[in-house]
Design a protein around this ligand. Sequence first.
Ligand SMILES: [Zn+2]
Length: 437
Amino acid sequence: MLTKKFAIIRKKKVFPDNVSGCSCVLFCRKHLKMQNSTKIKQNMNVKSCNNSPYEKEAEAGNVVSIVDDLLNKAVTSGASDVHFEPTSSELEVKFRLDGVLSTVEKLPKSLSDNVIARLKVLGGLLTYRNDIPQEGRIEIDNAQDDRIIDERLAVFPTIHGQRAVVRLFYKNKELMELEQLGFSKDTHTTLKQIPAKNQGVLLLTGPAGSGKSTTLAALLRHILKTYPGKSVVTLEDPVEIRIEGATQVQITPHGQMTFPTALRSLLRQDPQVLMIGEIRDAETARIAIEAGLTGHLLMSTMHSGTPAGAFLRLLEMGIEPYQVTSSVSAVLNQRLVRKLCGKCKKMSEKTGFFEAAGCDACFNTGYHGRVLIAEIVQLDSRLRKAILAKADLDQLEDILISKGHTNMLEDGKRLVSEGITTQEELNKVCGIISGDS
Ligand SMILES: [Zn+2]
């Protein structure tokens, strides 16, 4: 019974349009000027907003429809994840929109356990275990909604009850090709030259959620299209984006199929282009660098704030300086900045630049959608010499400045001048405190 595979598919519902100016930004009926029953209102237990559209469901204990509504609304609004966070007094529901988490609903605490239980049923998790973290996958009915490719659920016990996060993976039809990603002309040209070299390592850096997987997928598609017949293999944890023509391998970090094991075995089959989801440990780094030195084009991501930092990170992982300088061809560092909402952005008379305002279409944030900013560093003789001489981060940064390198912040300025984003957003993403720039 408990091992039975649940295949409960969410029903699609129609939602009210968004509203603004209330803590229940998405669902408040008062702001929607929709009909409200006074009888239901009297029995309300939602503290933050006494006009929740879920009041009726909450009263009737209709958790199934509340969960369905919230998940469908998340898809409609393009949220990347939905958080169900129990506090001492309620169950907060938050959506991550364009990378920013906002509270969209506060449900009565009394519903908390049932909401989480419903999610666990949808995700095929053990409903009777409330004391352990669990992860699962929610089945999607593609006939009803073809925007979503995957929905993953994670639950975690906290002092106020179980917390659940649903991650939503969309089909992104617009961002398939390298040309569509929004790189500056120079960066785009440099990136396209890298596969022509047939060997070496290209590293992508940036925090989680900075679009690295999308860029890697677009690069691999470019290679498959430009150099037909090349064998392209990816090792990923998990496989996030399907790439037509590439052999994609799912890594199980806690099982037999780890990055180093799979990588060592694959290299014997001599693939020409290899993509490793992430270089996380010294062993993967060592095999990856060796692959780049022995006639393979290798691409991967790494945790590092800057391109110069990525070189030093490899050295910290025990890679010899000469191996770094002879294998790494380039480091691409990227972030995503929010785009100004096209419906409400307004020109500031003071600065002459567009600034964020806020309207119903953008959930009153002033922004809608995201675009990337990037910088790319190719190793040249000066940088090689500095790395061989064990230069520190400041020395490497100084060399880049003296070369006239365009860093991410400068790259983003073109978007500010074109009215696509704001300086404020750019500073925030690049970690610059306001008034500092
Ligand atoms: Zn707007």
